[in-house]
Design a binder for this molecule. Structure first.
Ligand code: DX5
Ligand code: ZN
Length: 239
């Protein structure tokens, strides 16, 4: 079922907004790595995807986790793995990512300004494919490639670290991707990543997102299950 709201396309004509039910994708970056399996099992019944942030210390100044960790957590859950590659050469690891249990790979448009080849390689490896835009990257850079994607991810913080503040100005890109997707009759998911909490999730929903990555506000909460419920209720209030 889709929620239908009003919108307009680039020529100002009326278009229906065909948003899918909201999906919550907690980022394990904010989890306690010493108890990762337990942390994932606890939220598994109430979440939709698991967001896995892979960082290489080159594309971003931070190093997080890699394929052995992904393969380990594959054995504790059947949740789809949404793998956000903050790395300069994710194309070298697509088969390994799939073999480790990845379902969707998202790569940065800043790494692949022309992503046609990497999208084909990801699909050949058995992965769904998405493109991520860092805050300075304009909407126009992704528009030619939206139809190539299962998901478009708009970063609402600078990639590299959890716990940053939501950048509301990035939501204009979500609105533009939503208009394009709806006008073209696509079913592309639109994800917002970074700084999502019960205050900001409604802003991202209003802009047209349907997948919400939340690290700190879920895994650092005293009760992560209640934290997910709070996010859902803030989205429903938004309508
Ligand atoms: C940032 C990562 C995000 C991050 C989200 O580089 O891509 O997925 O873990 O974490 P919070 O919710 O803490 O902003
Ligand atoms: Zn991420």
């Amino acid at each position: 079922m889709c929620s239908i709201g009003e919108g307009s396309n680039r020529s100002g004509e009326y278009t229906a907004r065909m948003m899918k039910p909201a999906r919550i994708a907690p980022s394990i970056l904010a989890a306690d790595f010493a108890r990762l399996g337990e942390e994932i099992r606890r939220v598994e019944p109430v979440i939709d995807l698991l967001h896995i942030d892979v960082m290489d210390g080159h594309f971003v100044p931070n190093v997080s986790l890699g394929f052995p960790v992904i393969a380990s957590i594959r054995s504790v859950t059947d949740l789809p793995f949404d793998c956000h590659m903050m790395t300069t050469n994710p194309d070298a690891y697509l088969e390994l990512l799939r073999a480790s249990g990845g379902d969707l790979v998202t790569v940065h448009l800043e790494v692949f300004p022309d992503p046609i080849a990497v999208a084909g390689q990801a699909r050949a490896a058995g992965l769904r494919f998405g493109l991520v835009l860092n805050p300075p990257t304009p909407y126009e850079a992704v528009e030619p490639y939206i139809e190539l994607c299962d998901m478009v991810v708009i970063m609402s913080v600078h990639a590299g670290f959890g716990g940053q503040s939501f950048m509301a100005e990035t939501m204009s890109k979500v609105e533009r991707v939503r208009k394009y997707v709806d006008s073209a009759g696509l079913s592309t998911d639109i994800e917002v990543d970074g700084g999502i909490d019960p205050q900001t999730v409604g802003v991202a929903r209003a802009a047209g997102a349907d997948v919400f990555v939340a690290g700190t506000s879920v895994f650092r909460a005293p009760d992560p299950i209640a934290a997910v419920a709070e996010l859902r209720s803030a989205i429903e209030t938004q309508g």
